[in-house]
Design a protein around this ligand. Sequence first.
Ligand SMILES: C[S@@+](CC[C@H](N)C(=O)[O-])C[C@H]1O[C@@H](n2cnc3c(N)ncnc32)[C@H](O)[C@@H]1O
Length: 259
Amino acid sequence: MRAFRSYPIIGAALAQLAAGVVVIAMRPALAGVIDAGSLFWASLGVQCAGAALVTRLLGLPVWWVWINLFFPAAMALALQAGDFPAWPFGVTFLVLYLVFSNTARERVPLYLSNRQTAEALVSVMQQRGARRFVDLGSGLGGVVRRLDGDGRIARGVESAPMVWLVSLLLSKLTGRGLILRQDIWAADIAGEDIVYAFLSPEPMPALYEKARREMKPGSLLVSNSFAVPDVEADEVWELPDRRKTRLYLYEMKGGAAAA
Ligand SMILES: C[S@@+](CC[C@H](N)C(=O)[O-])C[C@H]1O[C@@H](n2cnc3c(N)ncnc32)[C@H](O)[C@@H]1O
């Protein structure tokens, strides 16, 4: 089960395989009883429902259950459509890759901080008299553009190609913020006063280690929604927005040597 948590696609493929075995086993028994059309729909129904059920039993995240439920139906419909051109699939895949490439690699999808969060970050910087800010995994760069200016210098680091390109253009057009195409693990954060991240639970332990190793004493790691496991935050800000956003603030005490 642990392997499926790290590589859910393997669990999802196994679930489809298990449902396929059931379909193959049941078809001869049903073939003499129902007509070919009904047999097709019955097989499809068992494939979809069976794959979803096995996915659930394997404990995969809920979106894999939905994917496995609809994937066989989508395949069947595409095949039935006959000479449906192949290129929309290729283009869709390419666009999804260019936008969501970090979802598979880092378990970090693209979702954006809201306005209230950006305003709270402005308050954090004002309270601490902070000047330098970096958003690790800056998405479309909204936070960076809001934070830059009024004496503050804000950078964003983003590696998903299309997301980076759009945020770079927006930054150039508005003249706010600096967007770098870079992996967060290669980003230089030694000079930053505030390092902000809105990622996922997965990278939090490694991110905290990087912050502890590289950030200067007194600087702050701020994580939106995802706490660092087994580390008590110095402050937790709960925002009055609809999703009750929580910001976890970790003050750096003086590098790895001080830990
Ligand atoms: C949840 S979004 C947050 C976007 C933005 N920080 C905000 O709060 O609006 C996370 C972003 O991190 C990016 N990301 C994930 N892993 C990354 C990595 N290793 N290097 C650079 N960017 C990464 C994703 O592509 C995505 O755009």
